[in-house]
Design a protein around this ligand. Sequence first.
Ligand code: MG
Length: 366
Amino acid sequence: MAAGFSALAGTFPGCLPSPEKTKTLKDQPLVLRFKPYELQLRHVFTLAGSSRTTTPDMLTELEWNGIVGYGEASLPPYLVETQESVSKFLAALDLGQFNNPLLIEDIMEYVNSIAPANHAAKASVDIALHDLAGKVLGQPWHRMWGLNPADTPLTSFTIGIDTPEVVKEKTREASDFKILKVKLGRGDDREMIESVRAVTDVPLCVDVNQGWHDRQQALELCHWLAGKGVVFVEQPMEKSLKDDIAWLTERSPLPILADEAVQTVEDVLPCYGVYSGINIKLMKCGGLRAAREMIALARALKMKVMIGCMTETSCAVSAAAQLSPLVDWADLDGNLLISNDVFDGVKVDEGKVVLPDRPGIGIVLS
Ligand code: MG
């Protein structure tokens, strides 16, 4: 294996490990570590269904030959996984049976075989494994996937549901962003949009979080929103209302994206003909490997693709950002919504995602 790394050295000076260093790599078992962490939110986070000030999280590390890859499971309470369920899943893994972190396909097939679902727990391993493998190879994943870092999209910044004065204040604070995501679905939608529009002219997208209940009213709102500079609508109605959502998508002047309706690659095909596109999140689908499968399938179906996140540290957000040159829209602000990030990674410059020129997923401990 070391000879293979040495043959690559020098292609990107300063980025690949030196031949001397790679010669020291030995067959060693992978070591997984994990610890619970609580993300502190900068603002109370209000969705159509709930409010909260913290998000439970699990930080993971995979070590091999003294090289450490970092991962994370973010566990917002509206999803079913908890720190307890993730701990139980991770404790059941025997990654020590693998002595080569580059065998990502084999390792993730094993991880997926342990139990169904547990997508955030699986993502925490997948992300750490990609980070570790990238560090071993000395390359960032966007480069290994052949993606142009100049093709990263603008990322939206989320404005949660609040009073008009707070919404205006949050919109002013978000002046660095060139597209904003406005949370709707609690009945004061027009007031929310008018409050944002009182402060900025940048394009908006809206996330209804299943908060609309009548398709005719939803269509009228889509037309009104189109006139207000909104570019797409995310999860307008309850995901079980497929016929109503398909009806809306067929008539809406704006693309209609699935979020709650799409978790894993198995959910993509059922969204075809119902939604215009899908919102992929690593915590929903199980990590980078699964997210790439979803992007490929959605593109084959000529569907729009967005990559989003939960409230997360820069670890999971930087991992998702590696894929961002492939998508139409990005909503990668989860790390900016917390006050106790433990990593430095992806940045936002003039609203655009900036990928760090670091190996793996591009993060260091901050
Ligand atoms: Mg959403």
